[in-house]
Ligand binder design. Structure first.
Ligand SMILES: [Cu+2]
Length: 485
């Protein structure tokens, strides 16, 4: 049986389909009551029903091929009680979840019905350079045109896709979705859900998007990034969970729930908190061992997977106020969503994940490349090694080499450092090596922090390396690294 069919049936129940019809009509999301008597929430709000993101339909029945059509077009939808005009893939925000098995060929036909050129970048997935969605290697897809992205997936985990053309605007307007690559030998949780977080402004009633009838351009032309970046005071950010505020997911006491988190915000950080976080995976699939962190920081672009072991008590997922300007700030944790079990039963045991237990590689104590991050909000110029994209020095590394890179953050904000086309192993943060081997494609560099990584270049091409705070990327914090044959 094809994986997408199996997952499709579990991820797209009838109840969800009905909900989506309601959502598409522009009516506010139906609400559920009953949250008031539950304990544990730092801030009580009325709850909406958790929306399972519909999986993309695989139009090719051949085994080993996942063929999907994605149409990007302007779309009216609701965020909370507010109707907005954004962009969407296949008329849904987040876009459909693409599900493939490791080893599958993924073929995505993108139809551009936007007024702007666009592309799709496969964040965290090693694809050929011509499939990476960066417009200087391949022309962007013009309005009215189509393009076929095709690549074989050899990694396992939770990835995401989004445009890499006018990225800050197009992602902000709703163009993003998850790509889940499964391993058939993994244990199966009773419920497996993608959870995509995004931020929306709440600043003096200003909508994150222009009200219906107003062109987006009128907002873009304003001299500040206030609306575009969802505001300056990032503590006020409101987070949507699969497009809804404060949803409630149901579960069954005695069962396990696997959650696949994606932070799709342009610039919002999450510091997730709930009793007993059981983190099983990061950017690049299973961790080397189960992690039980007190909190879980998700920088823009980051992914993580956790397992919830449901007893009879609800689990309330909150976030501490965390900003790029140095991390956690004052204020109580805010509820993002909750998982409420039905029935009776004890917490099950954790699933038998095949953790490798691998130790980190030894730091060879030489450095092949240094990236110094600098810049400031004053003028919005952000640099890597004193250069702003596209006026950069092209560094080169060889396919199959394992160059050591040191990233030093001399600016006054944190930066999620993201590599295209290759993953990397984390060697150390400020000289401290991780306990176990850690493979990533996006890593948060804190203020004044020095992080050493070892790149794994395997695919030739000129690859982007950039900050995933999208206003920083637009402000110049991008460079290219050429992987030579
Ligand atoms: Cu940055």
């Amino acid at each position: 049986m094809k994986s997408n069919i199996r997952y499709g049936s579990r991820w797209l129940g009838l109840g969800t389909a009905i909900l989506l019809v309601v959502g598409c009509s522009g009516e506010p999301t139906p609400r559920v009551s009953g949250g008031a008597q539950l304990t544990g929430a730092a801030v009580h709000r009325e709850h909406t029903i958790f929306r399972t993101i519909p999986a993309a339909v695989d139009t090719d029945l051949a085994p080993g091929i996942v063929a999907v059509e994605l149409t990007a077009r302007p779309y009216k939808f609701t965020v909370g009680d507010q109707q907005v005009l954004g962009y969407a893939y296949n008329g849904q925000v987040p876009g459909p979840t693409l599900v493939a098995k490791v080893g599958d060929t993924v073929r995505v036909t993108l139809h551009n019905q936007l007024p702007d050129p666009t592309t799709i970048h496969w964040h965290g997935v090693n694809v050929p350079i011509t499939m990476d969605g960066v417009p200087w290697k391949m022309p962007a897809v013009e309005p009215g045109d189509s393009f076929v992205y095709e690549f074989v997936v050899n990694q396992v985990g939770t990835f995401w896709y989004h445009p890499h053309f006018d990225t800050g605007k197009q992602v902000d307007m709703g163009l993003y979705g998850a790509l889940v690559i499964t391993d058939p030998t993994e244990p199966t949780a009773n419920r497996d859900e993608v959870v995509v977080f995004d931020t929306w402004g709440e600043h003096g009633g200003l909508p994150a998007f222009p009200p219906l009838g107003e062109a987006w351009g009128t907002v873009m032309e304003k001299p500040t990034d206030h609306e575009v970046d969802h505001g300056v005071d990032l503590r006020q950010l409101r987070w949507t969970v699969n497009g809804s505020f404060n949803p409630e997911m149901d579960a069954v006491a005695g069962e396990s729930v696997r959650l696949r988190f994606v932070n799709a915000s342009n610039n919002g950080y999450l510091e997730l908190s709930w009793p007993t976080i059981r983190q099983i995976a990061g950017d690049q699939g299973l961790l080397a061992e189960l992690k039980l962190p007190e909190t879980l920081v998700l920088a823009p672009g980051d992914r993580a997977e956790v397992e919830l072991l449901m007893g009879e008590d609800p689990i309330v997922i909150t976030t501490y106020p965390y900003t790029m300007y140095g991390g956690r700030t004052s204020g109580s944790p805010v509820e993002l969503f909750r998982v409420v079990p039905k029935g009776q039963g004890n917490k099950p045991a954790g699933l038998p994940w095949n953790f490798s237990g691998e130790k980190p590689s030894e730091d060879p104590l030489y450095t092949d490349l240094v990236y110094v991050l600098s810049g400031s909000n004053q003028g919005g110029v952000w640099m890597i090694n004193g250069e702003t994209f596209p006026n950069i020095t092209l560094a080169k590394v060889a396919t199959g080499s394992r160059p050591v890179v040191e990233i030093r953050n001399l600016s006054t904000t944190e930066h999620p450092f993201h590599t295209h086309g290759m993953v990397f192993e984390v060697l150390s943060h400020n000289g401290v090596a991780p306990k176990v081997r850690s493979i990533e494609d996006t890593i948060n560099i804190r203020i004044r922090e020095s992080v050493r990584i070892r790149l794994h270049p395997e695919e030739p091409g000129e690859w982007m390396i950039h900050c995933h705070i999208l206003p920083h990327a637009h402000g110049g914090m991008m460079t290219l690294l050429e992987v030579t044959l």
